[in-house]
Design a protein around this ligand. Structure first.
Ligand SMILES: O=C(O)CCC(=O)C(=O)O
Ligand SMILES: [Fe+2]
Length: 300
């Protein structure tokens, strides 16, 4: 029996089909059980050319925006603090559109956040080797990305982090993100005395994956980051998705040329709209619909 074929649940039925076609159910189960999963490139339907294009777009944009020269990412040692102009990337390169609209990624994101999930914001992380004079805030304390969701709001995901690894994360030497598996089930953010990875009582696991993998986590899953001791740069594209009721990081409608967005229908969908704010004339019926639908079902 295939329940989705009965057509009783229009929001989740198409997702079941997509996740089955893409062979992603293991990753859905990991998201439910552990609050995180890493999908290898071959299951994401991406190849080396995709990774090279995305990594190249990140490095080039970083050089241009911040007025620095990075050169070969396998040996470079730029200062972390010199690479800070890193948000709002869509129009820098169409590689960022491809990253934000990968169909397999969106199937998993919509599992967590519903069909109305929106891209809230995106940024890169370029992490150089920690060394004398180049060690600014390399250790990130344990935290949740679900800012603003109080305890009690944790039975569904409100935020998802979909990060493309653009270099290999083979072990702790690569300076990976680390996670507390299952911590999304606590339904609250970390408290100050839980955040120091040196003495937190919670067990962590490192994110391990080849370049081209997608690391996806429920925003409520506690995570941190450790210093890099290997040479070269860790390069990551961080994409934050949210349910539509959340305040997005970027007001895309003010930031991206509508003609550019109109070229990519899936992009138009994930940039989303919001029911609020109202003008003096009140609600725009078009924008109300997507918001009221989400009140009916967590997969809407
Ligand atoms: O540097 C890292 O891997 C951690 C980044 C992080 O906390 C995030 O992307 O939400
Ligand atoms: Fe985070």
């Amino acid at each position: 029996m295939d329940i989705s074929e009965y057509g009783t649940s229009p929001h989740v039925d198409p997702l079941m089909k997509e996740l089955d076609d893409y062979g992603l159910f293991k990753h859905v189960a990991e998201l439910e059980a552990y609050g995180m999963t890493v999908v290898p490139p071959e299951k994401m339907g991406v190849d080396e050319a995709f990774v090279e294009r995305l990594r190249g777009a990140i490095l080039r944009t970083c050089e241009k925006r911040n007025g620095i020269e990075i050169g070969d990412y396998r040996t470079a040692t730029p200062r972390k603090e010199s690479m800070g102009n890193s948000w709002l990337l869509l129009q820098e390169d169409e590689a960022f559109v491809a990253a934000a609209t990968n169909p397999r990624m969106l199937a998993l994101v919509r599992w967590l956040l519903g069909q109305s999930a929106v891209l809230s914001g995106h940024t890169w992380i370029i992490k150089p080797p920690a060394a004398e004079g180049n060690n600014e805030r390399q250790t990130l304390r344990l935290h949740s990305d679900s800012h603003g969701i109080p305890p009690g709001g944790g039975s569904i995901a409100h935020v998802a982090n979909a990060s493309w690894l653009c270099t290999d994360y083979a072990g702790a030497e690569d300076g990976p993100t680390i996670f507390v598996p299952g911590s999304h089930l606590f339904g609250r953010a970390t408290l100050p005395h839980e955040e120091d990875i040196e003495n937190t009582p919670f067990q962590t696991v490192p994110l391990i994956g080849k370049a081209g993998s997608l690391a996806l986590w429920n925003g409520a899953t506690w995570h941190a980051s450790v210093p890099r001791t290997n040479p070269g740069l860790r390069v990551t594209l961080v994409q934050v998705f949210m349910r539509r009721h959340m305040q997005r990081i970027h007001m895309w409608e003010d930031e991206v040329d509508p003609d550019y967005v109109a070229k990519f229908p899936e992009l138009e969908r994930v940039l989303g709209t919001h029911m609020y704010p109202f003008g003096a004339a009140g609600a725009d019926p078009e924008r109300v619909k997507t918001m009221t639908d989400t009140g009916t079902n967590p997969f809407a």
